[in-house]
Design a protein around this ligand. Structure first.
Ligand code: BGP
Length: 462
């Protein structure tokens, strides 16, 4: 078959994962506790089917075979995260040699198989002791994180050339400090804003540290979940709502990461409501001088919003939702197995925005994927026939390809995820992998999409 959608030479084909979601061995190998291990012990009933983070695909023991599978389906790159609580139990102090050995083996195996490792330093998994010191609300924890980052660069930077300071830093803010779906289950916008701010300070400090080491050839970036904010209509009130939503959920991280400063509109809005975060002298130049080399874009679905129907109670707690209401656009296409909208063109709109307003920063799709509940119902002759996922990937790749044709600087595409994995409160509810995983036997089986991506990677297009 002829290739209609061809990608630039050297395009990165791969997938993304995170430590807590795939490693397992939660209480093994000298690992300390993180907030997920802890929260699950406190409130198992808040997790889907009461399944916690020790029940995973066990990459910790099975990594070698998994990397062989990645090779088999044509991966050229693979993103995983280091568990801070595994590398430095407690978050500060001595490095855990068993963890060093594990991550070394993973990195070396990937390189042996000619798959480039992409390492992310933080994927929602704060060591418990660091959370007890105040988590991202504390500047002391920021310093411990920077020390952890430096250790990781020194240990693995001789072989790893793509680093990321955070994955979706807004999610711990939303989950942990606004909407109660991550530990510490606080609902307080002031604290949320401080957490968001300190996270960006931590990211800039880690970048600065990276550049001050001897590792010169590598690139360092951040991974953001960008959700284009579409207004219900062109009415000024709807446009204003979409702009506020964009400021809170995209630009609060995108602007400091890429442009080195927070957007003026956001500062004005927070100032007006008395919610500016606490800052320190030197923060401004720190952010300004330490922007990212590379941007990972996670894209699942857009946000559609409209002007508020009822004015918020000015005496009630300040929330981003004061400024917009969600809008359910009639006729929108849905992933009915997960309840998320599917809007393929969103990927193109993000890329064009990066080109026009963010200096066409080198970027890649670091997560995109389709979660499906009860996926076993699609088994035929022992294999999950996930044609819906193939259509989903194709739909997004077509728009990504168009963006590239028009000069956008996209370097690769990673699916979420390589194999089905444990996800935060949702545990194993939504399956995302190219491979299914039997949670009892740990057996992996390729889904139809695994064969599809292999062909795409081999032809560098489809
Ligand atoms: C992203 C996260 C991943 C993963 C994915 C699927 O936002 O970066 O860690 O969890 O979402 O989420 P869910 O299982 O809730 O559908």
């Amino acid at each position: 078959m002829a290739v209609k959608y061809k990608f630039p030479e050297g395009f990165w084909w791969g997938s993304a994962t995170s430590a807590t979601q795939i490693e397992g061995a939660a209480h093994e190998g000298g690992k300390g506790m993180n907030i997920w291990d802890y929260w699950y012990k406190q409130e198992p009933n808040r997790f889907f089917d009461e399944v916690g983070p020790e029940t995973t695909s066990d990459f910790y023991h099975l990594y070698k075979d998994d990397i062989a599978r990645m090779k088999e389906i044509g991966h050229t790159t693979f993103r995983f995260s280091i568990s801070w609580a595994r590398l430095i139990p407690g978050g500060s102090g001595d490095v855990n040699e068993e963890a060093v050995s594990f991550y070394n083996r993973v990195i070396d195996e990937l390189i042996d198989q000619e798959i480039e490792p992409f390492i992310n330093l933080f994927h929602f998994d704060m060591p418990l002791e660091m959370q007890e010191m105040g988590g991202w609300e504390s500047r002391e924890v920021v310093e411990y994180y920077v020390t952890y980052a430096k250790q990781a660069f020194n240990l693995f930077g001789d072989r790893v050339k793509k680093w990321f300071t955070f994955n979706e830093p807004i999610v711990p803010v939303e989950g942990g400090y606004l909407y109660d779906f991550h530990y510490p289950n606080v609902v307080d916008a002031s604290r949320a804003i401080q957490v968001a701010y300190n996270t960006m300070i931590a990211s800039a400090k880690a970048i600065k540290t990276f550049r001050s080491t001897d590792i010169h050839e590598g690139q360092i970036g951040i991974i953001l979940n960008l959700t284009p904010s579409y207004p219900r209509s062109e009415h000024p009130a709807d446009l204003k709502a979409a702009n506020a939503c964009d400021l809170f959920f995209n630009r609060s991280f995108l602007d400091p990461a890429v442009l080195g400063k927070f957007p003026q509109g956001l500062i004005a809005l927070l100032e007006e409501h008395g919610h500016l975060p606490e800052t320190k002298e030197g923060d401004e130049s720190l952010l300004n001088e330490n922007t990212v080399d590379l941007l990972g874009v996670n894209y699942y679905q857009p946000r559609r919003v409209k002007a508020k129907e009822h004015l918020p109670n000015p005496y009630g707690p300040f929330m981003p939702d004061w400024f917009f209401d969600p809008y359910e656009m009639p006729g929108r296409k849905m992933n009915k197995y997960r309840g998320w909208e599917i809007y393929e063109k969103g990927i193109y709109d993000i890329m064009v925005n990066l080109k026009e307003n963010y200096g066409n920063i080198p970027s890649f799709i670091s997560e995109n994927g389709m979660g499906v509940q009860d996926e076993e119902r699609f088994i035929e002759d022992g294999r999950i026939e996930d044609d819906y996922r193939i259509d989903f990937i194709k739909g997004h790749l077509r728009w990504l390809n168009k963006a590239i044709q028009e000069g956008c600087n996209a370097k690769g595409y990673h699916l979420w995820s390589f194999m089905d994995n444990w996800s935060w409160m949702n545990a194993y509810k939504n399956r995302y992998g190219f491979f299914s995983v039997d949670l009892e036997t740990k057996e992996r089986k390729p889904k139809k999409s695994a064969y599809f991506i292999k062909e795409v990677a081999e032809k560098n297009g489809f």
